[in-house]
Design a protein around this ligand. Structure first.
Ligand SMILES: *Cc1c(COP(=O)(O)O)cnc(C)c1O
Length: 482
């Protein structure tokens, strides 16, 4: 092929490929339409149900296959509205009180947009020192919040599950145990620990380790005396007590393990102490939270989820490690092709502290709302959730036939309806089904040793007194109807 022929072929491909770079007018149009969509979404939020069960559950999305030819934006947005943003659970709904809500503060969405358009490479300091510094500022702010020292470090992860995994791998590496010792290693937790910790045990290769479900008190918190007894008995048997995974706010029941007492035992017996505060961590912004979670600052590592307690949209968790060097030693690695990046290493790079390399500049979605709105409204919203939860607890306690669980420690409570006759489990299941079918509010159920409970988890920043009243009214209505 002649050189001119080659050039003309390349030019022809260029013409087709140039569509990827939209011009200013097209960008504005795209953005305006997307903005109209999100404005309509948010402006009609109060009319939207918290849960919708459509017969075909979004199946129509298959009607628009990915093909060589493009589809118009209007078709795509229509499909999004009816098939994606309608069926299922609506996490933005003010009356969503199931699982762990959050909501999704708007400035985070704009930050995601900014980060995606500028596409700074936030994996290594050399590539974008500013982006890495922003992520480190967020991490430092969280370390200060929980009381970690200056040498602490951390990583912004996609969520709490990955944060727990990184915490566990760091603990494993710090202990320096060999594969041949895995079956003699012991991990201490309770039955209420989040199931992602059990996944982390598997992913970290420790599935041969013994997992001790330490006994809990009547409020589902780890019993320190039982923990110590178990550690001592394991030592006597020649096993290797490795790490303790405590929870600061269990997802299921909102229980906070006695962190200070556990820290004493971790120090005494030289175990790694990890606190899973994915749900509860940001209550450290409140006086009550600081009291309930005292001792958190003595942990070796910690998980905290801004997409829960800071109400960010999904996609942001964090692992913090008290001695940042241990995290670095566990996670960092270099490659030949990255040699230039070693020139600038003034701060830890995210890639040195996690399994990820290329990543979204996710720090911006946390930094922007905190800067733009200040910390005060976040603190107030968390305090409000604590008070609202206590208000709901009182009102539920006063409802005839309702048996409430223990006084909530943070913002999760559980209860059940006890009928005069009939199977309570079947009836409480029917109440949840009624509420899901109705859809105006959302709550979820759980079971403890075979007994079904309904739970309320208040952590959406949009949930205020009016929504809490509606939630309680609908629970009453469901009981009456059944
Ligand atoms: C939500 C949660 C997790 C899992 O975090 P993801 O962000 O969903 O991955 C882990 N532990 C606790 C206590 C949680 O509440």
């Amino acid at each position: 092929m002649g050189r001119n022929n080659m050039k003309s072929r390349i030019k022809n491909l260029e013409r087709q490929a140039r569509i990827l770079e939209m011009d200013g007018a097209d960008r504005s149009e795209l953005l305006n339409k997307a903005r109209n969509y999100t404005e309509h979404f948010l402006n009609t939020l109060s009319e939207k149900p918290a849960y919708v069960d459509t017969p075909d559950k979004g199946r129509e999305v298959y009607k628009l296959p990915i093909e060589e030819a493009p589809h118009p934006l209007s078709d795509l947005l229509e499909l999004l509205e009816s098939e994606v943003d309608t069926p299922g659970l609506n996490p933005t709904a003010p009356t969503h009180a199931g699982y762990i809500p959050g909501g999704g503060v708007y400035p985070s969405a704009v930050a995601d947009f900014l980060a995606a358009v500028t596409n700074r490479y936030a994996g290594v300091f050399f590539s974008s020192p500013g982006a890495v510094r922003i992520e480190n500022i967020c991490i430092r702010w969280m370390c200060d919040l929980i009381g970690y020292p200056g040498k602490a470090a951390g990583n912004l992860t996609s969520g709490g599950s990955l944060a727990n995994l990184i915490g566990m791998v760091t603990a494993r590496d710090e202990a320096g145990i060999r594969a041949k010792d895995f079956h003699r290693s012991v991990i201490y937790t309770t039955r209420q620990v989040h199931h992602c910790v059990i996944k982390a045990i598997k992913f970290s290769g420790l599935q041969e380790a013994a997992v001790r479900e330490v006994a809990m008190d009547d409020r589902y918190r780890m019993k320190p005396a039982a923990l110590e007894k178990q550690i001592e008995s394991d030592k006597r048997e020649g096993l290797i007590p490795l790490m303790i995974f405590a929870s600061a706010g269990t997802t299921d029941l909102g229980a906070v393990d006695p962190l200070d007492d556990i820290a004493d035992l971790a120090e005494k017996h030289k175990l790694w102490f990890h606190v899973d505060a994915a749900y509860g961590g940001f209550f450290m912004l409140t006086e009550h939270g600081k009291k309930v979670m005292k001792g958190m600052e003595r942990s070796d590592s910690l998980t905290i989820d801004p997409h829960k307690g800071l109400f960010l949209p999904y996609g942001l968790g964090a692992v913090l490690v008290r001695n940042g060097r241990k995290l670095y030693d566990s996670q960092h690695m270099t490659a030949n092709y990255l040699q230039d990046t070693l020139k600038a290493t003034e701060e830890y790079s995210p890639a040195d502290l996690s399994p990820e390399l290329s990543k979204h500049f996710r720090g911006l979605r946390m930094w922007l709302p905190l800067q733009l709105l200040g910390v005060a409204p976040f603190r107030a919203a968390l305090e409000e959730k604590l008070q609202l939860t206590r208000y709901c607890y009182r009102r539920l306690s006063d409802m005839p036939g309702i048996e409430v669980g223990p006084e909530p420690e943070l913002s999760i409570l559980f209860f059940r309806y006890l009928p005069e006759h009939g199977d309570p489990n079947a009836l409480n299941k029917a109440i949840v089904d009624y509420i899901h079918r109705d859809g105006r509010i959302f709550l979820s159920s759980t079971h403890i040793s075979g007994t079904i409970y309904l739970r309320l988890a208040l952590l959406n920043f949009r949930t205020h007194l009016k929504e809490a009243e509606l939630i309680l009214d609908i629970i009453e209505e469901a009981i009456e109807q059944l």
